[in-house]
Design a binder for this molecule. Sequence first.
Ligand code: SF4
Length: 443
Amino acid sequence: MMVKTLPQVHIETFGCQMNESDSELVRSLLKQEGFGFTEDRERADVVLVNTCAIRENAHKKIYLHLSELRAVKKQRPLVVGVLGCMAQNLKSELAEKEPLIDVLAGPDSYRQLPRLLTNALDAQEQGLRQKAFALDLSEYETYENIMPDRNNGVNAWITVMRGCDNFCSFCVVPYTRGRERSRDPESILLEARDASTRGFKQITLLGQNVNSYCHEGWDFAKLIAAVADTPGIDRVRFTSPHPKDFPPALIDAIATHPKICKHIHLPLQAGSDRILELMGRTYTGAAYLALVDRIRSRIPDIVLTTDIICGFCSESEEDFQTTHRIIEQTQLDSAYIFKYSERKHTIAARKYADDVPDRVKGMRVAQLLETQRRITLERNRRYIGKTMQVLVERDATRSSTQAMGKTDGNITVVWEKGTGDFRPGTLITKQIFDASAATLYGK
Ligand code: SF4
């Protein structure tokens, strides 16, 4: 008798932590329905590519990857599925231009994947091609009864809300992930306890607009404090909040709960009020500065990081210099700085001209990077001579004789591995003896 083997799935994830977290959901959903998983693409019957639509670079990487899969598919039977934001945002373009794709599924349609993939595999066995698309956005789907299938590690991502109602004019998220909805806190706390039982020491709460979490009397401040009370969990982080709604209760929770990390990623995006208004960010440069002051006066050792977009539609040199001044003034600990790249279907793509030349965008990015690098180095050098608590993560990237971990403020620390101080998930103390703009060196 022929024994039918489990179809093996290989999943490749691009983009943000939300996509990493969604890939864990997809693994769980497919395993429940009898699919196996392999790390080796060559052995896979199905390759799923979980995509990101946030920047042009991400698109390019994914198209390159799909062209590799096209070559594989010429050699042997293979079902290819494209998931995530790019599937949702570029459905017709992908469906027409990429004949290799068998299944397209957006972020709210993953429950349909077992059925769609089974159909595609059955059709392939009969020598047929069957394309299937599942791209409806939902107002309710939060996958709250699915326990993600996590790889072992130190950090567990837990998605607490999905979608976004802010419609920042440059952003595709409201179109690819739909309207904002928050998960039942009980299901989040259950997931936190499960992660702790499995040995995770840190939890990162995820949401596109995490501080607008709201569920039957629970706000984000109450939720994060409850998660931080989970026995066995040493640290809780969150990403990303919107500066427009950062309530005092949340600042208090971060200030007072010993397990909530003293790190806030607070996307500024631009400093000029005119550009912030065009971006639809609903705060001014002055309001952002005031928020930074409020946070620092309540939590003096807070680590603050940010995102900046250079060269948004009509950004003048004066607008850019306002952003530059705010970066100098706030002295944030680090920043992710990008060129603006127009995304299809967004408000900016429909209403404003992407009229800042690429060369100018590049020059502005370089200028801000140089300033931020100097500030980050100065801020990191303040830690020299101090003893810091570090959560051990893994081998350092550059040398296997070194280990790396993170401070409470999410700054990377590297040290020579000795005996007894390299067990991922343990909290150890290190004295900092040197610092670069990216790393603290401990002993
Ligand atoms: S807050 Fe703005 S940038 Fe963030 S996900 Fe929502 S629309 Fe996008």
